[in-house]
Design a binder for this molecule. Structure first.
Ligand code: HEM
Length: 526
């Protein structure tokens, strides 16, 4: 064994020594000074007070004291792995984005899967949405596809996000529940937010308790734009399809797994990859143009809607293979910084108001979480496929300021990087008109049709799981009024489901259906 080199002895002065024999390297301080004794602090007299002079003790404890950084404000619990994206169908006529230019083109990636609501130490099989964030280290910069395993979202506008997350996280007075949506605050908020009904149906379905990350789909959620070399734009939705197929567990199974192995999902991914059983996903695209989009009776910029695959089938363009676990969880999984605004030439945003807000939020929170604007220089975040040259300088933990006198542009010294009008990133020239108002378009107003469509697309067994989940979750709400408000929404989705949930909850009176929500204008005088 590994203990045979352990040596314990008393020195000549009676001091106790314990060390592990010869190692490969010398143990040093952060200043590089070799340490003679890593077991005993410097004391005057035995036992005696510890000497302030003990720089070895103080440096070691100082560093330990500062090991923690803030966990992510959402998606705190996650697990990452490295992989490769291989283009299997080139689409240069649709986008000039580097990963899609040539069949066989390989792009390095890093993926982080996560739950949303629980803290860093929460259980893996919570009933929750899963994050599916992919960083592509392309030849023209980093592109992050920061998606979820559910294709729609709870809200239509980023201004609601802090409230949504406050409501799902532990209640502020009692600090629980830690990792589930089954509580009054969450359901209170949801019951007053009819636009969340479509997402809630998915969240109550088997999708929210995946068997493992390897059996999950992923979605970019928003409609994005692809831009080709001629500057022409198409709309695109991104879908990840697991080659293993999609599988979930039952709620009772999830409870048992959480008890027996709260790390089940991260262990599963680690074990599969280290055993050489590399999980794979196909990347499918829904590509359509503005004219086609205008024919839908919903808005493709509304993130609470899907575009049915019957109307716009997927084009499979590549395969993602996760083939390497991290060397270090903190350095990679914890410090990786995904951001929806990380796009490359060929990919652009749309006016989806949730996406627009996300583009601000990620960079902003990462400065707080990682502590310095230089987090882009950490190996996990730095571009790999292309050089980085700019005049950004200084800031905490700077390690790579440019050499020489010139740190601005334009400069007459003929030195340093310059913008490149032809190959640089050009935003798509969208024509916008209208008044500046806090107004939600009429086209965002139908909150129930797709919720119904999803429910009816499920098998009877799956529909039963949705009913049971609603009854279980709502039975955790103490406030009867909240339960009734949710049933009032369910009446707009499916009458039989509403009745079954009302019966399951023992509601004595059936509420009136919720009024179909209309857009509200808050900037006009009453
Ligand atoms: C983190 C997805 C909406 C703010 C994440 C992560 C994912 C994700 C996958 C984890 C990233 C990681 O693993 O490091 C989504 C999706 C959304 C959505 C698919 C809707 C379609 C929003 C909105 C906001 C927001 C509306 C704010 C306005 C954040 C923040 C983080 C985060 C602050 C933490 C980032 C970090 O600390 O690195 N989101 N999110 N998200 N999301 Fe979202």
């Amino acid at each position: 064994g590994s203990f045979e080199n352990l040596v314990s002895d008393y020195g000549a002065g009676g001091e106790f020594h314990q060390h592990a024999g010869e190692g490969d390297e010398r143990l040093t301080t952060a200043q590089g000074v070799t340490i003679a004794d890593n077991q005993n602090s410097l004391r005057s007299g035995a036992p005696g007070p510890t000497a302030l002079e003990d720089f070895i003790l103080r440096e070691k404890i100082f560093h330990f004291d500062h090991e923690r950084i803030p966990e992510r404000v959402v998606h705190a619990r996650g697990f990452g792995a490295h992989g490769l994206f291989e283009c299997t169908k080139a689409i240069p006529e649709i986008t000039r984005a580097a990963p899609f230019q040539k069949e066989g083109k390989i792009t390095e990636t890093f993926v982080r899967f996560s739950t949303v609501a629980g803290s860093k130490g929460s259980v893996d099989l919570a009933r929750d949405v899963r994050g599916f964030a992919v960083k592509f280290y392309t030849d023209e910069g980093n592109w992050d596809l920061v998606g979820n395993n559910i294709p729609v979202f709870f809200i239509q506008d980023a201004i609601k996000f802090p409230d949504l997350i406050h409501s799902v996280k532990p209640e502020p007075d009692r600090g629980f529940p830690q990792a589930q949506s089954a509580h009054d605050n969450f359901w209170d908020f949801i019951s007053l937010t009819p636009e969340s009904m479509h997402m809630v149906m998915w969240q109550m379905s088997d999708r929210a308790i995946p068997r493992s990350f390897r059996f999950m789909e992923g979605f970019g959620v928003h409609t994005f734009r692809f831009i080709n070399a001629e500057g022409q734009s198409s709309f695109v939705k991104f879908h990840w399809k697991p080659k293993l197929g999609m599988q979930s567990v039952l709620w009772d199974e999830a409870l048992k797994i959480n008890g027996a192995d709260p790390d089940r999902h991260r262990r599963d991914l680690w074990e599969a990859i280290t055993a050489g059983d590399f999980p794979e996903w196909e990347l499918g695209l829904q590509i359509f143009d503005e004219e086609f989009a205008n024919r839908f009776d919903f808005d493709v910029l509304d993130p609470t809607k899907i575009i049915p695959e019957e109307l716009v089938p997927l084009t499979i363009v590549g395969t993602l293979t996760l083939d390497r676990v991290v060397d270090n969880f903190f350095a990679e999984t914890e410090q990786v910084a995904f951001c929806t605004q990380n796009v490359v030439p060929g990919i652009d945003f749309t006016d989806d108001p949730l996406l627009q807000g996300r583009n601000f939020s990620y960079l902003d929170t990462q400065l707080k979480r990682l502590g310095s604007p230089n987090f882009t220089k950490l190996p996990i975040n730095a571009p790999r496929g292309c050089p980085v040259h700019n005049f950004q300088q200084d800031g905490h933990m700077q390690t790579s300021n440019r050499k020489g006198r010139v740190n601005y542009e334009p400069n007459g010294w003929g030195k340093g990087p310059r913008a490149h009008p032809l190959e640089g990133y050009v935003s798509y020239a969208v024509r916008n008109e209208g008044e500046k108002r806090r107004l939600r378009p009429e086209s965002f107003a139908d909150h129930y049709s797709q919720a119904r469509q999803f429910f009816l697309s499920q098998t009877p067994v799956e529909q039963g799981h949705i009913r049971d989940a609603l009854v279980f979750e709502l039975s955790k709400c103490q406030e009867i009024e909240i339960r009734a408000r949710i049933v009032a929404h369910l009446l707009n989705i499916d009458g039989a489901l509403a009745q079954a949930v009302a019966d399951g909850l023992g509601l004595t009176e059936m509420p009136e259906p919720a009024p179909a929500a209309r857009p509200t204008r808050t900037d006009l005088p009453p």
